[in-house]
Design a protein around this ligand. Structure first.
Ligand code: PMP
Length: 439
């Protein structure tokens, strides 16, 4: 409590997670966190999706230890080490085959937002285009430019003069369709809208430098994009030679059950943005892109902390472990386990409006059965209740994140190697917490 008091008095008002979860972490292993009071928690926030193998996985910890023993420099700017080369080779080997020989990589600063910024600069250099097309509900970071491209307006209302020339396109959020029509049609109408808009842009007015999209919106509320829609988006952008940038910061490195989430749709983007899990728990980000986009000149994009060797060691260990232990198969099985049990819960509680996800990026949308309905006949989002459920989960030993409009979506982002037993226990706590919250 003394620690918490100090944090409350001295830490910025902008702090986020520590507001929801009043705990001071003493140690963590796998999916488990222990706080300074000896309480234990299941961590289904997992560094907002960063901890692919959970906390302190021995493979990751050993890789860091070995690196220190070998006196590999901790800081190298852009200079090479054999470790950096091994990391690049491993990451490239995981790309779809058609990208392996024709892609380049740019190491960026420590955060996802750093890489998003780099990706936008890259395509601006390459195309000469000015405007950016992004999606309603999307999230790309908290810097000024990345915020400009994020579709959540509430966080922007105090900030004037963000990046101009960002156009928002409708994301195929089937459950709350922006066009007020039912399943299937949402994606088709969204694709049609995008095609019309890009057709208008061909006149040269505010020609776009790229389209940036998440294949599953994370912060937006765990909303998977329809795969046919993604294929349409690829077709429409390819026909107009507009770079398609896929933000894999949260979805990438196995989170959705494929190494990169766009693989589900069988498409190949022009630019991929990776962070979070790519550094195996440590701060790192990269942009991978088609070599013809490499039009910027030496020094066009600099940065001091782009050579995080610790991140490369931890990232390399994580990538190898995922490949060698078939972690993607576990993601598939555990995803089915979560979805089955959560769907059953939806049938039990009217307060659960929707259960959705891809792989281990799962969302439960909380609604108000006593309130009004939207145009599709669905009850409206109920952020207050979602928050009560989140707090109840916390009291019962489970950490989950909220996302989406009105923060009404409870999000599960467990480590990718979560076991069947752990998933069962997490789901039991969630079930109990929902029952207590609605009682
Ligand atoms: N893009 C996506 C899809 C994200 O989910 C996030 C972080 N939640 C970011 C970008 C920004 O990453 P960072 O917080 O490391 O800047």
């Amino acid at each position: 409590t003394d620690y918490l008091k100090l944090l409350h008095e001295k830490e910025s008002n902008a702090r986020a997670y520590s507001r929801h979860f009043p705990l001071v972490i003493r140690k963590a292993q796998g999916i488990r966190i222990t706080d300074t009071e000896g309480r234990e928690f299941y961590d289904c926030l997992a560094g907002a999706g960063t901890l692919a193998l959970g906390h302190n996985h021995e493979t990751v910890v050993n890789a860091i230890r070995e690196m220190l023993d070998q006196q590999i420099p901790l800081h190298t700017l852009d200079l090479a080490t054999p470790l950096k080369i091994s990391f690049m080779q491993e990451l490239f080997s995981m790309l779809p085959e058609e990208m392996r020989d024709t892609s380049r990589i740019q190491f960026c600063g420590p955060t996802g937002a750093d890489a998003v910024e780099a990706a936008i600069k890259l395509v601006k250099h390459a195309t000469g285009g000015k405007s950016i097309l992004a999606f309603s509900g999307g999230y790309h970071g908290s810097t000024q430019a990345t915020m400009s491209m994020s579709g959540n307006l509430s966080k922007k209302e105090q900030l004037q003069s963000l990046l101009p020339d960002v156009h928002f396109l409708p994301f195929p959020y089937e459950y709350r369709c922006p066009f007020g029509v039912g399943e299937g049609m949402t994606a088709r109408l969204s694709a049609q809208y995008i095609e019309n808009l890009l057709h208008d842009c061909e006149s040269g007015i505010a020609a776009p430098c790229g389209v940036i999209v998440e294949t599953v919106q994370g912060e937006g509320g765990a909303i998977p994009a329809d795969l046919e829609w993604l294929r349409e988006l690829r077709r429409i952008t390819a026909e107009r030679r507009i770079p398609l940038i896929i933000d894999e910061v949260q979805t990438g490195i196995g989170r959705t059950g494929r190494m990169f989430s766009f693989e589900h749709a069988g498409i190949v983007p022009d630019v991929i943005i990776c962070s979070k899990a790519v550094g195996g728990s440590l701060p790192m980000s990269v942009v991978i892109y088609k070599e013809e986009l490499d039009q910027w000149k030496p020094g066009a994009h600099t940065g001091t902390f782009r050579g995080n060797q610790l991140g490369m060691a931890a990232g390399l260990a994580t990538l190898r472990y995922i490949r060698e232990h078939n972690v993607l198969h576990n993601v598939k099985l555990r995803s089915e386990q979560f979805m089955t049990r959560l769907q059953a819960l939806k049938a039990r509680f009217a307060e659960i409006g929707d259960v959705r996800g891809r792989g281990l990026m799962i969302g439960v949308e909380i609604v108000n059965p006593q309130g009004g309905k939207d145009r599709l006949g669905h009850y409206l989002q109920y952020g207050e209740l979602a928050s009560v459920i989140q707090q109840q989960c916390f009291r019962n030993g489970l950490i989950v994140e909220l996302g989406g409009r009105h923060s009404a979506v409870v999000r599960f982002l467990p480590p990718l190697n979560i076991t069947e037993k752990e998933a069962d226990e997490v789901l039991a706590i969630f079930e109990q917490s929902v029952a207590e919250a609605v009682a």
